[in-house]
Design a binder for this molecule. Sequence first.
Ligand code: 5GP
Ligand code: MN
Length: 336
Amino acid sequence: MIDLNALKAKLAETCKIVITTHHKPDGDAMGSSLGLYNYLIQKGHHVKVISPTDYPYFLQWLPNNPEVIIYTDAVAESQALVADADLIFCLDFNTLSRINELGEEVRKAKAIKVMIDHHLEPEGFDDFRHWNINACATAELIYDFIVNLLNDGELINKDVATCLYTGIMTDSGSFRFPNVTANLHRIVAVLIEAGAENWRIHQNVFDNASEGRLRFLGYCLSNKLEVLREYNTALITASKEDIAKFDIQTGETEGIVNYALSLSGIKLAAFIVERKDKIKLSLRSVGTFPANEICKKYFNGGGHRNAAGGQSDESLETVVAQFKAVLPEYKNLLLQ
Ligand code: 5GP
Ligand code: MN
């Protein structure tokens, strides 16, 4: 571990820096990564953002998005950058398995590893951490890192502000989750003053759907929604064939689980989808119900209490049956 003064001393030199984030990055992952990128380039560092995988088109408008390298498209280049870096920033994740094969490259790299994150239970691969599970988004912590730890508030320019606003907006469910605080709104006010255009960012992320995505949503709600009133649980399942039929792209299933949660009285919602090589579960819950516990215990995953995910190599039918079989264990909590 190094302390803040040592990190500041390192950042006072011109550094080779890699920023990386979790696979299938979401708005907070990309907003945090490009927010930090747009800050660090103002300090004269040589910075690269490496995403372990591709990410949705509704995030590809972020300032300096063309600078992002996709690991799977440029393995040798990415490995060389990671091996050569002075500093590696690991954003919005805290176990190296979340960045796939890139994880082992980061683990063996000589760089100082800085983790900035808001998930539970860090693995401990980092040399410096700015970690707070009460933060609503990693982007909130990036803001705090730049403004309060590095005293560089004047470098929150329009590009940085736009990226950080995107991360906070997406991870807070558009400013509605319980971890949205008065202080978060003060941060958002500063980001808007710095040039973040709230309406345009919202439109770019949320009003940018393909026709297939909207029709897929309608299909899911009409045909694939199952409401288990005896457990206050609702689930939506989608097969590989459904995904292909509507030409659903990376990230386009994001948010569908929230429709199941929008039902009155529902405490737990699940979206279970068959991907190319595995089954992916997205769980959402209300109040104190621990969606992350189910993901961790039964589906090789984890996450936050109210938003968690997991995966399985079993068939879709098996995973759906396994999910339903878990519910009796949680019946008391679900019916509270
Ligand atoms: P989503 O349902 O949007 O894929 O994921 C919601 C949250 O659950 C993410 O922000 C992340 O914290 C967590 N999560 C999703 N999938 C996984 C996983 O496979 N492993 C772990 N540890 N966390 C996950
Ligand atoms: Mn996040």
